[in-house]
Design a binder for this molecule. Structure first.
Ligand SMILES: *Cc1c(COP(=O)(O)O)cnc(C)c1O
Length: 430
């Protein structure tokens, strides 16, 4: 990342990070975050901010949320010791299993939390955006659960690519509106959802799907996803008897990662490492590795790091995993990087595919392609930290990725069937 920041400013930012004081009262994570929106949106964001202040940490709200998470969404999710990956890679690997959460990923933590909040704030309907469809499905499920009407904006291109998720949302009673403007993918869908929200901000609640957007969304999403890290931290102490040396998660908009990282930020002995989508390489448009290759700028109401060309045009991205395909990143990650509290690396499409196969064969878990980036990162970490202990966020399950896997990994197996058994014990003869 290209960022001009004086050493004294970095040190001040690190002190704020370690004291757990971010965001500040203006919704800033150091220089990042804030609220870059048209005047018409300010009252709605201020109402939301006030609603969060009054409701989110109230005992009765937390009790209602805790009950939904436990009895409907399947929390707490397991912490799994990846014994065979550990033996293969020479480090102790622990997986936080968000793939076991309802609808197959961490996104449900945020969706049910915001839907409950929307009800408390008196909203009559929910609007949401979705790219790959995972946030749309989580929102649709949460709204069905609470009896809230839900409208999801989805780019036309994505609707075609992710047809099964469109069907899921419809079954769950949600109206899916195709977005034909702009790039006809996630970026345009967010614009349309915001437009809908602005037209009736008193009755409509905008359920944003990642730790991005104008204040207070990055804060709200972090607070709702931090359940991942709180559970994982306690589970590590109980099951491993110690905190990990490092925590690692994949970074798209940055919600599963900030949720896992947040409770570890003040544990200064724990390294924090995010893994971005390296795609096909370092060229413009070949990846979605915002923090690795981006520069500061504003997108969707938030000052953060963006993938942009020399003229400041936001770039199209590429990743084999649709969920990591976003040209910006949550402002808290930009701040963690600038402060030196976290570092960010990339894993390529091919590394992610290889990690899917290793995780399947060694652990009996089919990870989402997004999550496979974190597993690939853990493999690299293990090679340079033999005997170390790492906690990896397994953000979701890979069933949704079967058509991509069919065209890649499985097609390769058809050509070379012996590749299937790499790393497996020889069968015991009877
Ligand atoms: C959506 C998604 C992601 C990426 O989103 P974040 O906000 O960066 O967490 C990662 N993993 C899975 C399984 C997803 O569905």
């Amino acid at each position: 990342m290209m960022l001009d920041m004086a050493q004294a400013d970095r040190e001040r930012l690190l002190a704020e990070v370690l004291a757990g004081r971010l965001p500040d009262a203006r919704g800033r994570f150091g220089p990042f975050g804030g609220r870059y929106v048209p005047e018409t949106l300010i009252p709605a964001l201020e109402r939301l901010e006030q609603g969060i202040r009054e409701q989110l940490h109230r005992e009765d709200f937390q009790a209602a949320l805790g009950s939904e998470l436990r009895t409907w969404a399947g929390r707490p999710t397991a912490l799994t010791h990846a014994a065979r990956l550990s033996a293969r890679w020479g480090a102790d690997i622990w997986l936080k299993r968000e793939d076991l959460a309802h609808t197959g990923a961490h996104k449900i933590n945020n969706a049910i939390g915001q839907a409950l909040l929307a009800m408390r704030l008196g909203a009559q309907r929910i609007v949401a955006e979705t790219g790959a469809g995972q946030h749309g499905v989580a929102s649709a499920a949460a709204c069905a659960r609470l009896g809230l009407p839900c409208t999801v904006y989805m780019g036309e291109v994505d609707m075609e690519r992710q047809a099964p998720n469109v069907g899921r949302m419809r079954l769950l009673g949600t109206t899916v509106i195709p977005v034909k403007s702009g790039d006809r993918t996630l970026r345009a869908a967010i614009d349309e959802a915001i437009r809908d929200w602005v037209s009736d901000p008193l009755n409509t609640y905008y359920l944003l799907g990642s730790a991005i957007g104008p204040h207070p969304y990055p804060y709200l999403v972090r607070e709702l996803q931090a359940v991942i890290g709180r559970e994982a931290r306690a589970q590590m102490l109980e099951q491993a008897g110690a905190l990990p040396d490092a925590v690692m998660a994949c970074v798209g908009g940055g919600s599963n990662s900030i949720g896992l990282f947040h409770p570890f930020v003040t544990d200064s002995a724990v390294d924090i490492i995010g893994i971005e989508a390296g795609g096909r390489g370092a060229g413009l448009g070949e990846n979605a590795a915002t923090l690795a290759f981006g520069r500061p700028g504003v997108l969707h109401g938030c000052y953060s790091i963006l993938l942009q060309d020399a003229h400041g045009q936001v770039q199209e991205t590429h990743s084999i995993s649709a969920g990591l395909d976003y040209s910006s990143v949550g402002p808290e990650h930009a701040a963690l990087l600038a402060a030196g509290r976290a570092r960010y690396e990339v894993a390529s499409d091919d590394e992610a595919l290889a990690a899917v196969k290793e995780c399947c064969e060694s652990e009996g878990i089919l990870p989402a392609l997004e999550s496979a980036h974190a597993i690939a990162g853990a493999k690299r970490w293990a090679a340079s930290h033999r005997g170390g202990r790492i906690l990896v966020g397994l953000s979701g399950r890979g069933d949704k990725d079967m058509s991509t896997l069919q065209q890649t990994l499985i097609a390769r197996l058809d050509r070379d069937p012996s590749g299937a058994t790499e790393g497996r014990r020889s069968p015991v003869s009877s």
